[in-house]
Design a binder for this molecule. Structure first.
Ligand code: ADP
Length: 178
């Protein structure tokens, strides 16, 4: 069973994924982590990625899809928990060609909360895209314009979760539904 986790930037997807992989046998695929790893490697691709993600923009669909596909190819028989992918309808179609998505956990969090959480994370995360309110707003705008439409794309696979509570509270809500 493969699960995708969705929600605005700062919704708490990463935190929930950490809890899920402790309790269940999933292989985590985090698009953001994979991009930051490539950035940290200092490769030419990493430099290109840095110039995009540090400004709060989305990398091209083909670039992230190639990265995701290579991870899937290395871990064929596992159950996956996918965080940060898809973020566009085109990526959603690509993922459908790569795996059977069983359920989509959708974390609903207000814009006010996401801005607060991102700024807070920015104090310790060393992520340039968390440190600056303008960049955070750009990421939220991208989410509203290109990622939110995936709610209709996944329709009956979606489990909607109120993500406003503490990590433990939100995790309880999720465990009761999967
Ligand atoms: P958040 O969910 O808080 O925005 P992520 O770690 O998931 O953080 O992503 C960080 C950044 O990486 C995004 O703002 C975007 O620039 C880039 N990114 C991540 N996933 C994708 C994707 N599927 N397609 C395009 N860009 C992506």
């Amino acid at each position: 069973m493969n699960i995708v986790i969705m929600g605005p930037p700062g919704a708490g997807k990463g935190t929930i994924c950490e809890k899920l992989i402790k309790d269940y046998d999933y292989t985590l695929i985090s698009a953001g982590d994979l991009l930051r790893e490539e950035k940290a490697s200092g490769s030419d691709l990493g430099k290109e990625i840095a110039s995009i993600i540090d400004e709060g923009n989305l990398v091209p669909d083909g670039m992230i899809t190639t990265i995701i596909l290579s991870v899937l190819d290395d871990n064929e028989d596992n159950s996956f928990l996918v965080d940060g992918y898809p973020r566009t309808i085109r990526q959603g179609n690509s993922l459908d060609n790569m795996m059977d998505v069983s359920k989509v956990i959708w974390l609903n969090v207000s814009e006010e909360t996401t801005i607060k959480r991102n700024l807070n994370r920015g104090k310790t995360s060393n992520r340039p895209d968390d440190a600056n309110e303008e960049v955070i707003k750009e990421r939220i705008k991208n989410y509203n314009e290109t990622s939110a439409p995936l709610k209709d794309f996944y329709e009956d696979k979606i489990i909607e979760i109120d993500g406003e509570g503490t990590p433990d509270e939100v995790y309880e809500l999720i465990k009761n539904k999967i």
